[in-house]
Design a protein around this ligand. Structure first.
Ligand code: FAD
Length: 648
């Protein structure tokens, strides 16, 4: 910012940036670019540009809150939530019987777009529509849908999703809240047996929620049937906790302070029997427990599996946070000058420094790569039948983890690449950093999710092996052994030609090679630990945690590259295709560069190829520089949402 004696105040700046005026900074040097950003935006918007545009119009009217008064911030976020509800967004995924459109991908597109604005709003809306209404839609039946969904969609009825407890976050199967059937009174009695069995961090619990979908251990006649969900009123019309319900505000958080998170404890609270969400299991009036899914474990996973939409939505909104940060940083880098050649009249743009490019562009490539992979995942939710949902759950868990970790890294890097300006609240990176941080924890802790990915992969692998005779098994293993693959294709480790490094067959081959090697070794080790060492599966998996995390990372990297390459392949606009291919190459080669130690250790790279990959990453960053601002313009973030003076 130009330093003058009479600097405009932050408020002046904000007002100025809303109308697109920011006279304090030199212009952003966009360059001519090699492709049309609008064509790329069309590709990113996909089939749901209309709902994205509608949401952009709505959020463009909300001025950001930069204050520190939590009560005021919460009030504002609630007002915004009601305005979003007025668009009808909350109904989009609901069943037609209650006026919905049964269109989850469209709902997700709307939700993702909200993330170009305040993330407390995103999470408040996510709790109301995605978690509260979504769990009633997915776990309930017609009675619950008609009773709750219309009012939930219009935000007349505000609700919570109360799963996590103080003592149990990741391990949901061990929740301690109980729901015991009282046959005489035809009701369930909800009870919190200990302080640490209290629900915690529950969105909308501290202030606004009137009812909660509560997850509790179902007991009928002293027999436990596992975790089930119940709709439980928690406040009266005046907002006071109902008898038997104790609520505590979680107070100030690292971010997302526009959301009222709180704890809930139940003291023998009665709810009618019909308030159990009974899509997968029910209790009859005379106390019979009925279900079509006999295994407790399978029932639990059927129930949790239906909540997949929330996990995907968190990933897409994290990626949007990363898009905002990159837009701010890359545009700022195209106007900010520091140092320069001795005789030059101008200093150099920071975005022209290779070090700056190296920090930002591989992350830009990641954001595009993850965007296309998430689009593929959303498409799959429409196509896959519930009984085939394991690959979908695996992918959703892995992409949620990778996208939210990536967002954290992107936002930190963008903060640093904007220097001191990046630290000012008015430039939005501070809020993005604080608000997205917890995305790595909620909707499933990332490290726990990555273990789930690997366990699913190993289970499938072992199922494949189980059907084989010992001789087939040996042949199967040998065919996939590293030495065999390298022997069959020796050029893979020595070829340093640009065309080879940019060949998607080579890139995918390398990522597949890492994935299948880790899978095979993981499978062998699991069999060794369980069959030879007699460890139970839990202990064997625990012993293998490092390998599991490597495997899931390798798997998701490969899927992401595959989807990126497919997207590039399908683009018909030649200039756009070249521009996207550059990002795709950067994504693929950066992954190899990051993991080069593994590839070198395993004979899939030689020093000479490894160095060539590093040079190619440098070269791609240089090429991407000319289009950098155009790539981020294509995210289509309205100036009123971006709102960072350094980027307008
Ligand atoms: C702001 C916010 C909002 C939230 N909103 C809601 C909500 O509306 N409703 C709701 O029900 N919940 C909500 N949650 C809870 C959230 O889903 C949990 O925090 C999350 O599931 C993690 O649980 P935990 O905090 O108990 O962490 P833990 O499970 O205790 O994990 C702590 C650490 O241990 C590690 N760890 C755990 N198990 C293993 C293992 N097997 N191997 C290796 N490492 C392991 C984890 O990786 C993590 O680093 C919210 C949380 C926050 C912070």
């Amino acid at each position: 910012m130009n330093k003058t004696t009479e600097e405009p105040s932050a408020t002046d700046d904000r007002e100025a940036c809303v109308v697109g005026l920011n006279p304090g900074y030199p212009p952003i040097e966009r360059g001519t670019g090699t492709f049309n950003p609008l064509a790329l935006q069309k590709l990113l918007d996909g089939d749901h540009a209309d709902i994205r545009n509608l949401i952009k119009q709505v959020i463009s009217q909300f001025p950001y809150y930069h204050g520190t008064d939590v009560a005021e911030y919460r009030k504002l976020v609630l007002q915004w939530t009601r305005r979003v509800a007025d668009t009808g967004m909350g109904r989009i995924f609901m069943s037609r019987a209650v006026g919905g459109e049964e269109n989850l991908p469209r709902f997700m597109a709307a939700f993702e777009t909200l993330a170009f604005h305040d993330l407390s709003l995103v999470i408040k809306v996510g709790v109301q529509f995605g978690l509260f209404a979504g769990s009633i839609q997915q776990l309930g039946t017609s009675y619950h849908h008609h009773k709750y969904l219309p009012d939930a969609a219009s935000a007349r009825l505000l609700g919570c999703f109360a799963m996590t407890e103080i003592a149990h976050g990741s391990n949901v199967q061990r929740l301690e809240t109980t729901a015991s059937y009282d046959r005489e009174n035809d009701c369930f009695v909800l009870h919190t047996p200990t302080f640490s069995a209290g629900k915690s961090y529950i969105g909308s619990a501290a202030q606004d929620g009137k009812v909660a979908v509560v997850f509790a251990q179902l007991n009928v006649d002293g027999q436990n049937h596992g975790v089930h969900a119940f709709v439980v009123p928690i406040r009266d019309a005046e907002g006071r906790p109902l008898p038997g319900v104790t609520i505590q505000d979680n107070g100030l958080k690292m971010g997302l302070n526009g959301v009222d998170n709180g704890g809930i404890w139940f003291e023998h609270v009665r709810v009618p029997r019909v308030e159990m969400l009974n899509r997968f299991a029910t209790v009859t009036k005379d106390g019979q427990y009925q279900t079509e899914i006999q295994s407790k474990h399978a029932r639990f996973f059927a129930m949790i599996g239906t909540l997949l939409g929330g996990r995907i939505s968190i990933a897409t909104s994290a990626n949007c946070g990363a898009k905002s940060a990159l837009t701010i940083s890359i545009r700022y880098g195209a106007r900010r000058r520091q140092f320069g050649p001795p005789r030059s009249s101008q200093e150099t743009l920071v975005l022209d420094y290779p070090a700056h490019q190296r920090r930002l562009f591989p992350l830009l490539a990641n954001v595009f790569a993850l965007d296309f992979a998430l689009k593929h995942l959303v498409e799959q939710t429409e196509k896959i039948r519930p009984e085939e949902s394991r690959p979908l759950e695996t992918l959703a868990a892995g992409l949620k983890a990778l996208t939210t970790w990536n967002a954290t890294q992107v936002i930190q890097t963008c903060r640093e690449t904007c220097g001191g300006e990046g630290y000012l609240a008015v430039n939005r990176l501070a809020a993005l950093k604080a608000d997205t941080d917890v995305y790595t924890t909620f909707e499933g802790d990332n490290t726990v999710l990555m273990q789930l990915v690997a366990k699913n992969l190993l289970t499938e692998f072992n199922e494949k092996l189980k059907g084989m005779r010992p001789s087939q098994m040996t042949a199967f293993m040998v065919n996939r052994a590293l030495t065999t693959v390298v022997r069959r294709n020796p050029t893979i480790v020595l070829n340093t030609f640009d065309a080879h490094l940019q060949d998607v067959k080579f890139q995918l081959g390398m990522l597949r090679f890492r994935e299948s090697s880790l899978l095979m070794r993981g499978g062998q080790r699991f069999r060794y630990l369980t069959l030879k060492k007699n460890l139970d599966p839990f202990s064997a998996f625990s012993r293998m945690q490092r390998e599991l995390l490597d495997l899931s990372r390798a798997h998701i990297d490969r899927v992401v590259l595959q989807q990126f390459a497919k997207t590039v392949e399908a683009v018909t606009d030649q200039s756009l295709r070249i521009a996207l291919k550059r990002l795709c190459d950067l994504f693929a080669l950066s992954q190899m560069e990051i993991n080069r130690a593994w590839f070198l250790e395993n004979g899939a790279l030689r020093a000479v190829t490894s160095r060539a990959i590093t040079r190619m990453v440098d070269e791609l960053c240089l090429q991407i520089r000319q289009d950098a601002v155009h790539y981020v313009d294509a995210f289509g973030i309205p100036d009123s949402c971006l709102a960072a003076p350094i980027a307008l």
